[in-house]
Structure formats: structure tokens, C-alpha cells
Design a protein. Structure first.
Length: 285
């Protein structure tokens, strides 16, 4: 066979090799999305008992399709002005926020500290649908625990979430028509995050779909609302530009507060006053 006649075959094999090489990152992304998004941690021995003793809080145990779940109530549980749902980021567990809330949150409110399935004392694993299922189950139980109707007045509900927890809170807002809350470092959507991480649009390949843009659009469509968003300008995980996008899309309800030189995981420590002021403002609305 002459060199000239073998050239098309060589080019074909080279093209196939390039396609295979280019497909490897995509296949890894599709197959490992859960590991990229969720970083579950259990509670250490005695952690929840110590929390209950120190906070006089109450655990809430319940079941979903993922098995046994547990969330936590603390704050003013006798006659709360508002009930907040709190959810931290993908590397935290709910009680990581317990001390911070005790020291900085409005004292007249009650707080439901929520863990993703598979985190803390919760069995199973997470997807957006499983998180939604857990929220739908636990919030009425929390309302009953503080003496409210199991179908609470949305005007007395609030949300507070960080990072992936912000997306979780907006799922709760969608389910229970919650119109007021505080978000720290939210992404616009996991589709946008995939584009940011991989450098190319991968929307069709994202099956862990959290869409904060869509949830905020639903919130705005329901009527008046206010969502304070705090985001560090030097966030190394979720770009500040994503909160700018949320503000641009829903200017009437989103109050974006930039934290100069703020990063992703230490805003609650370095910018406590700003976050506490936002919680107070939303509590008083």
C-alpha cells in the first residue's frame, strides 16, 4: 500500500483517537457529578446530644425514600416570630451553624437546621429531588413542633442558605411560597457552574440540576418578596458574577451586597456583622 493511499486511514484513526481523548473529561464529569457536588460528613459521637444540652434545641426525626432523616430546631421554640430554614454548603453539616446562630441570629425567631440526605444523621444520598422530598416532609413537622399549623403562613417563614444550601433554600421557597430570605454565595445554576468549571457549555449533561435563576423567577412571579444576597468579590469557588446575574434577572427582589475581597467559606467568620444585619432586616419585614 502506498503512503498516499494509507493517509485517509491514518487521519481517520487520528480523529477517532482525538474524539476519545476529548470525551474522557466529559465522561468523568457525567459519571462523577454527585462526588463533585456533595461532600457528606457524619456527626461525631455525642455531637447531637451536646448540642441539645447546650442549646435546649429539639431534633426532628422522620423518614423519606432515603431512610431515616434528622433535622434540628433551636432558638425561640415557645413563641417564635418567624421560622427560618437554614442549610449550609456542600461540605458542612447543619450543626456547624448552631453556635453562630446562637450568637448572631435574631433571638425572637426559631431555626430549622436542615441536613442533606446522606449528611449528619441522615441516611441515603442526595439529588435535587431527594432534597425536595426531605424538605416537604420536615418543614410541616417543624411547624407542628413549635405549635403552629402544619400548613404554616408563608409570611412567617424565612430562609438562610450558603452555596449549595442557597439552592436548597430556594427549593423550600418554591414548595412553601417563602418570599423572604438571605443567601450567601449562591450560584445561578449548576448548568452555569458546569460551564464555569469545564470551560464549555455542558447543560444537557448536567443531571444534578439546581436552578436558582428559575426559582427566583418563581418567587418574583408569586408577588412581593425580598432576597438579600451576600457574595465575596474574590470568591474562589462560585464567581461573584453569578450573583450579579441573579440580580440582573430579578432586580426587583434581589438586594445584592458585595463583600470586598470576600472568599467562599469564611464570610460568616469575617463578615459576621453584615450577615447578622441582613438576617435582622429580613426578620423584621
Amino acid at each position: 500500500m502506498s503512503p498516499k493511499s494509507s493517509l485517509p486511514g491514518l487521519l481517520g484513526r487520528s480523529l477517532i483517537l482525538l474524539i476519545v481523548i476529548a470525551s474522557v473529561p466529559l465522561l468523568l464529569f457525567v459519571g462523577c457529578q454527585s462526588k463533585l457536588i456533595y461532600h457528606p460528613r457524619p456527626y461525631g459521637l455525642g455531637t447531637t446530644a451536646q448540642w441539645q444540652n447546650e442549646s435546649q434545641g429539639r431534633p426532628i426525626s422522620y423518614r423519606t425514600s432515603q431512610g431515616n432523616q434528622r433535622a434540628f430546631l433551636q432558638g425561640n421554640l415557645k413563641s417564635p416570630k418567624n421560622l427560618w430554614i437554614l442549610c449550609g454548603g456542600n461540605g458542612t453539616i447543619a450543626l456547624d451553624w448552631a453556635k453562630w446562630l446562637e450568637q448572631n441570629a435574631p433571638r425572637e425567631d426559631a431555626w430549622l437546621l436542615f441536613d442533606f440526605p446522606g449528611y449528619g444523621d441522615c441516611e441515603g444520598s442526595s439529588t435535587p429531588e431527594r432534597i425536595r422530598e426531605s424538605l416537604v416532609k420536615v418543614l410541616p413537622l417543624a411547624c407542628k413542633e413549635i405549635g403552629w399549623s402544619e400548613r404554616p403562613d408563608p409570611k412567617r417563614l424565612r430562609f438562610f442558605g450558603h452555596s449549595l444550601g442557597a439552592a436548597t433554600c430556594l427549593i423550600a421557597a418554591s414548595e412553601f411560597s417563602i418570599q423572604k430570605g438571605v443567601l450567601i454565595a449562591p450560584f445561578s445554576s449548576t448548568m452555569d457552574m458546569a460551564h464555569h468549571m469545564m470551560g464549555v457549555p455542558l447543560g444537557p449533561f448536567v443531571w444534578q440540576r439546581f436552578d436558582n435563576s428559575a426559582r427566583l423567577a418563581e418567587l418574583a412571579a408569586r408577588g412581593p418578596g425580598k432576597v438579600i444576597v451576600l457574595h465575596g468579590t474574590e470568591d474562589e469557588v462560585i464567581p461573584f458574577a453569578m450573583s450579579q446575574k441573579l440580580k440582573l434577572l430579578q432586580n426587583e427582589i434581589v438586594d445584592l451586597r458585595a463583600i470586598p475581597r470576600g472568599r467562599h467559606n469564611d464570610l460568616q467568620e469575617k463578615n459576621t456583622k453584615e450577615i447578622a444585619a441582613a438576617l435582622r432586616q429580613i426578620s423584621d419585614l
